[in-house]
Design a binder for this molecule. Structure first.
Ligand SMILES: Nc1ncnc2c1ncn2[C@@H]1O[C@H](COP(=O)(O)OP(=O)(O)OP(=O)(O)O)[C@@H](O)[C@H]1O
Ligand SMILES: [Mg+2]
Length: 261
């Protein structure tokens, strides 16, 4: 396999170098080297099982929760912090690098508490400030108007699209740098999907977003750069416009045109 462009290192908020990951004796990520630019949306695409979610989980050490994980290589955050350092404060890392999952997973608590909870964990916050921050987070995801009069209702009572926006609000309330999204719209209807896509585009002003998607139109619509993975290898990584108009690799072209995957 020839070497592929790996993105600009100077602008990188995340720099992966020769990342290899095994689950037991299964080699799931193979020598992945890539730089992820700050204040951009990077899409990870590729057929099921190629390692997209695994790669995403590497970025905030969620693979630690999988017992058989063995990881090698370096992942630098903001040029200085080695994410794979075993002495790193993982809770703090996950506050800086938050995650939104495929299935909206609000806590079984009130809408208010879903957001206030994370803010309280980070530090003591006076009630009035807490209220402001909850409101602010809900406004940022366009949910405030819909829920301002039902803050005490359960987060579980929201529709799928609302619940996913609540989860995004919960993530941004603790002021992360980076938001990881693993197929955040695959369980949502087209309207909710469009809302989340618009929101994601707005988020990149203040955050860096890395998003896994199976939806090629979605990757093309919202991402700045796209990385195509196949069997744990990074096959092609390029600006999205280029990738979707002139893919360099045959396998990328076959995948994005729907010939396999
Ligand atoms: N907890 C685990 N234990 C062992 N193997 C795992 C575990 N999670 C994932 N794998 C394996 O690692 C490989 C990559 O899985 P991963 O979930 O990262 O793929 P993916 O690209 O996100 O796929 P999908 O598009 O279906 O979500 C697969 O072969 C999968 O079976
Ligand atoms: Mg996955």
């Amino acid at each position: 396999m020839e070497t592929q462009p790996q993105g600009n290192e100077d602008q990188a908020i995340l720099a992966l170098e020769k990342v290899n990951l095994h689950y037991g004796d299964k080699h799931v990520l193979q020598n992945v080297t890539m730089n992820i630019a700050a204040h951009s949306i990077t899409a990870l695409i590729g057929p099921s099982g190629c390692g997209k979610s695994t790669l995403l989980r590497c970025l905030n050490r969620m693979n630690d929760l999988i017992e058989t994980t063995r990881i090698e290589g370096s992942i630098k955050y903001a040029h200085s912090i080695e994410i794979n350092d075993k002495h790193l404060d993982v809770t703090e890392l996950r506050r800086k690098i938050g995650m939104v999952f495929q299935k909206p997973n609000p806590f079984p608590k009130s809408i208010y508490e879903n957001i206030a909870y994370g803010i309280r964990i980070v530090g003591r916050t006076p009630k009035s400030e807490l209220d402001d921050r909850v409101e602010d987070a809900l406004k940022k995801v366009g949910l405030w108007k819909e829920v301002s009069d039902r803050m005490k209702d359960s987060g579980m009572a929201l529709s799928g699209g609302q619940a996913q926006r609540l989860c995004i609000a919960r993530t941004i309330a603790t002021k992360p740098d980076i938001i990881l999204m693993d197929e955040p719209t695959s369980a949502l209807d087209p309207m909710s999907t469009a809302t989340i896509e618009e929101l994601t585009l707005e988020l990149k002003e203040n955050y860096t977003v890395v998003i896994v998607t199976h939806n090629m139109q979605q990757a093309a619509r919202i991402s700045d750069a796209t990385a195509f993975f196949y069997l744990g290898e990074l096959i092609e990584y390029n600006p999205t416009k280029l990738m979707f108009t002139r893919p360099e690799q045959k396998r990328t072209e076959d995948y994005i045109t729907g010939r396999f995957g």
